[in-house]
Write a protein that binds this ligand. Structure first.
Ligand code: NAD
Ligand code: IPM
Ligand code: MN
Length: 351
């Protein structure tokens, strides 16, 4: 497996070594070979030296990879966030057509749940986020800048091709799960053009999935139900921005966003897919070796699953489960273990 390793910024650099430690333990146990290419660009440090986030030939350098294992990008003290992210992560998602952002949410045994009375099994769903269009655009502009009549316009773009393919992916995932239930996030009451249209595409695609039950929920009440009735959810499909917000809220209800993994998938496999934690570079804790490495490690497991190593994926998730029950834990989980100690414990369980 040819993997591009891009730690990026901040705690991306602290959790990446733990992700690699566990991948290497998995490769020994399951007998597959990892060919790692370490990359220091797609980071704000690189930007400070070169005036851009990535070299001009970034695409050629990554195109032949089987996957990209990514830490986090962003260091607002040196580079404005929209510059660093549009110059790296958002470029990967778009140019490699990673149109599905798969973000599992699960309450683990041994992790204190901030919601009263919830136990493992009560929170276990997948957020499927549209990842290449929607509210994330750079179309628009500021007019009459600097005057009292200043106007800003920022467009949302959705395409039938783009919506249908991510909806279809979500229906397929729902079909593969025991409950076969899909929740479509909408806001058709207020966002009066794009969201009724999004709903109509969900209706159209649903015709091919009569075995999947569907409910549409406005994003406001859907968010409330993530907190109040998380057991209602099985697979949730959402536009780019709604999916972004839901995929921090969901993991927060399971204790910490330090656990949350993601796969930015190009299901057609024309381009490499990218696997990364949901969280960012966490400047507030960087440099202390206290970040939770589980999101990075679990993202590595998703990568192995995507590349055909289902058994290795399952073994890593099992090792995470065991360590969360009675192993060392980082501060966000109420313990005082370091990033390294937690990574070592998970790698050791893997054997
Ligand atoms: P963040 O996710 O970096 O941090 C939010 C909070 O969660 C912080 O208090 C942080 O300490 C905590 N946290 C995050 N990950 C943790 C972990 N593994 N263990 C323990 N605590 C953890 O979000 P932010 O503060 O909004 O963003 C910081 C920078 O990261 C910005 O530049 C932002 O644009 C960028 N960002 C990048 C990505 C990405 O690369 N995918 C995602 C989100 C934010
Ligand atoms: C995420 C992040 C990114 C997003 C940012 C850093 C652009 O929050 O991966 O969830 O909004 O997609
Ligand atoms: Mn986010």
């Amino acid at each position: 497996m040819k993997i591009a390793v891009i730690p990026g910024d901040g705690i991306g650099r602290e959790v990446m070594p733990e992700g690699l430690r566990v991948l290497e333990a998995a490769s020994r146990r399951f007998g597959f070979e990892l060919q790692l290419t370490h990359i220091d660009w797609a980071s704000c440090d690189w930007y400070v030296k070169h005036g851009q986030m990535m070299p001009d030939d970034w695409k050629a350098q990554l195109e032949g990879m089987d996957a990209i294992y990514f830490g986090a990008a962003g260091w607002p003290a040196t580079v404005p966030d929209h510059v660093s992210l549009w110059g790296s992560l958002l470029k990967f998602r778009r140019e490699f057509d990673q149109y599905v952002n798969l973000r599992p949410v699960r309450l683990f045994d041994g992790v204190p749940c901030p919601l009263a009375g919830r136990r493992p099994g009560d929170i276990d769903y997948l957020v499927v986020r549209e990842n290449t269009e929607g509210e994330y655009t750079n179309l628009g502009g500021v007019m009459y800048a600097g005057t009292e009549r200043e106007i800003v316009v920022q467009e949302t773009v959705m395409s039938r091709f783009g919506a249908d393919r991510v909806l279809r992916h979500a229906f397929e995932l729902a079909r593969s799960r025991p409950r076969k239930h899909l929740t479509v996030a909408t806001k058709s009451n207020g966002i009066a053009i794009s969201m009724p249209w999004w709903d109509s595409r969900a209706d159209a695609v649903a015709r091919d999935y009569p075995d999947v039950t569907v409910d549409k929920q406005h994003i406001d009440i859907l968010s409330a139900r993530f907190v109040l009735e998380p057991g209602r959810f099985d697979v949730v499909v959402a536009s780019n921005l709604f999916g972004d917000i839901l995929s921090d809220l969901g993991p927060a209800t399971t204790g910490t966003i330090g656990l949350a993994p993601s796969g930015n998938l190009n299901p057609d496999r024309k381009f490499p897919s990218l696997f990364e934690p949901v969280h960012g570079s966490a400047p507030d804790i960087y440099g202390r070796n206290i970040a939770n490495p589980v999101a990075m490690i679990w993202s590595g497991a998703l990568m192995l699953d995507f590349l055909g190593q289902r058994a290795a994926h399952d073994a890593i998730v099992e090792a995470i489960e065991q360590v969360l029950v009675n192993g060392p834990r980082t501060r966000d989980l109420g313990g005082n273990a370091s990033t390294t100690e937690m990574g070592e414990a998970i790698a050791a369980k893997l054997g």
